[in-house]
Design a protein around this ligand. Structure first.
Ligand code: URA
Length: 240
């Protein structure tokens, strides 16, 4: 693929802008400046540098963000900045979107991608992708509350009970909850329905992907192709 076209597909701006970036000598491959926008470059395992910053070539972008509190997942945030503002411009230009949403005050693992089909599959209720939440509660967690969360609680928008796939107390006022659906404010509403209240909420896992302990709040990293498979592996076959 022509180098200018590579930059274009990776979100570096219009075709003209990308040709200009290359012609200005701002792109290196293997440590060498390549200033011919038409240079034919193999994209497999390609890492190119733009002004010293390395970028892996990705046909589709998939990344994980350690979402800090105080950011909204919506595209048109109303009260707080968007999580997208934590990403470099090329990723935003590519149109990456959060896979599902976390509340403004929720922290932890958020996946983002420009692959609409992947978003659809990972958020579809047909696929029971497990998500693990670490919860700090207002009141001490009781055995009865755990039992209710596991047995199923009724939320106000649906008569069918929703239940946690797994739930365990991790401290006097702390529990870990695994959900395979993603209803609006589901964790907070379930915990309230069980007779407690969520004070802090952190997602530590999505499918088979775990938030790496070394990724600081606000930090992001690419998810590797093999990790995409791990996400898929986290989801049992679609059930209808
Ligand atoms: N459930 C909630 O209540 N909030 C989140 O952010 C995620 C799950």
């Amino acid at each position: 693929m022509h180098l200018a076209q590579i930059l274009f597909t990776q979100g570096f701006g219009t075709r003209r802008l990308c040709a200009g970036i290359v012609a200005a000598g701002r792109v290196r491959i293997g440590g060498h400046v390549v200033d011919d926008p038409q240079a034919d470059i193999a994209t497999e395992d390609l890492v190119f540098e733009v002004e010293g910053r390395p970028w892996p070539y990705r046909e589709r972008a998939l990344l994980m963000l350690h979402k800090p509190a105080g950011y909204e997942c919506s595209q048109k945030p109303r009260h707080h900045p968007s999580v997208l503002s934590l990403l470099p411009q090329p990723l935003r230009n590519r149109g990456v979107q959060p896979v599902g949403r976390l509340d403004e005050d929720t922290t932890g693992l958020l996946l983002l991608t420009d692959d609409g089909a992947l978003i659809h599959r990972l958020t579809s209720p047909k696929w029971h992708v497990p998500k693990v939440y670490e919860i700090g509660t207002k009141h001490p967690v009781t055995d009865e509350q755990i039992a209710r969360l596991l047995a199923g609680v009724v939320l106000d928008d649906d008569p069918a009970p929703v239940r946690a796939a797994a739930c365990e107390r991790t401290g006097e006022q702390a529990l870990t909850l695994t959900l395979t659906e993603g209803k609006y404010h589901q964790v907070k509403r379930m915990v309230a329905a069980a007779g407690n209240r969520v004070e802090t909420l952190h997602r530590s896992r999505f499918g088979a992907l775990q938030l790496p302990p070394e990724l600081p709040p606000g930090g992001w990293r690419w998810v590797q192709a093999r990790d995409i498979e791990a996400v898929n592996a986290g989801a049992p076959a679609a059930r209808d």
